[in-house]
Ligand binder design. Structure first.
Ligand code: DX5
Ligand code: ZN
Length: 214
């Protein structure tokens, strides 16, 4: 069954607390937290203190997506609040060392690629990853249109993980909705991130159930 990780980026943070029990009851698997520094991406979101507040009100595993420049500088801080911690291949850190450091902190490691990065570029790092994240929009903002080219990368990464005998989660992020989610699952995605689709839904429980049934 595909896993779902709602992105809180465009949520109303003051009402998020009421949403958390609904997510837990409807079968959400983890919560996706987008950290942006205004340098690696042209937007600023939140950091460790906000994640700690969320953590205090949910048992859901926290899936932290770092969109920050040279993320190795902050692995310790984010590893202390995350269950899954991902950073961008393009962000200027030593990829292997950073993945190893995440795992050494007892956290699942995720390597993320932007739309212009090919799947092949990260094949050598897959044994150090618990998850790879294929961006299906340019990172920085919620509510953008899904890029169908990302599906080919999902297929390639899924095949390569099998070839290497790895148990790897493949996550997709950006523009996931009722139309694009089935395409992603068919291509081999095992974890769907969805922001606007979940947070603008009239009935969150029904929407979550629908997505989980794909
Ligand atoms: C974009 C973020 C996404 C974003 C997804 O850079 O990484 O997680 O919140 O939002 P939707 O699902 O609305 O495209
Ligand atoms: Zn994200």
């Amino acid at each position: 069954m595909v896993k779902l990780s709602p992105s809180v980026l465009t949520a109303d943070f003051l009402t998020l607390r009421d949403m958390l029990p609904k997510f837990e009851q409807s079968g959400v698997d983890m919560l996706h937290l987008d950290v942006m520094d205004g340098i690696f991406v042209p937007n600023i979101s939140f950091g460790v203190p906000v994640i700690m507040s969320i953590k205090a009100h949910t048992n859901l595993p926290l899936d932290v997506h770092l969109m920050i420049d040279r993320p190795h500088r902050y692995i310790k801080e984010f590893a202390s609040v995350a269950d899954w911690l991902g950073f961008h291949y393009e962000a200027g850190s030593n990829v292997a060392e950073t993945l190893k450091e995440i795992r050494a902190n007892g956290v699942k490691a995720c390597l993320t690629i932007k739309p212009k990065t090919s799947a092949e570029e990260i094949y050598e790092y897959l044994p150090l990853c618990d998850m790879v994240l294929v961006m299906s929009v340019e990172p920085g903002f919620g509510g953008q249109k899904f890029m169908p080219e990302s599906l080919d990368k999902v297929r390639k990464l899924s095949a390569e993980a099998k070839r290497q005998g790895l148990n790897l989660e493949i996550q997709i992020d950006g523009g996931i909705n009722a139309e694009t989610a089935p395409l992603a699952v068919e291509a081999g995605v095992t974890v769907l991130v969805a922001g606007n689709y979940i947070f603008s839904a009239e009935n969150v429980e029904e929407t979550v159930k629908h997505i989980k049934s794909l």
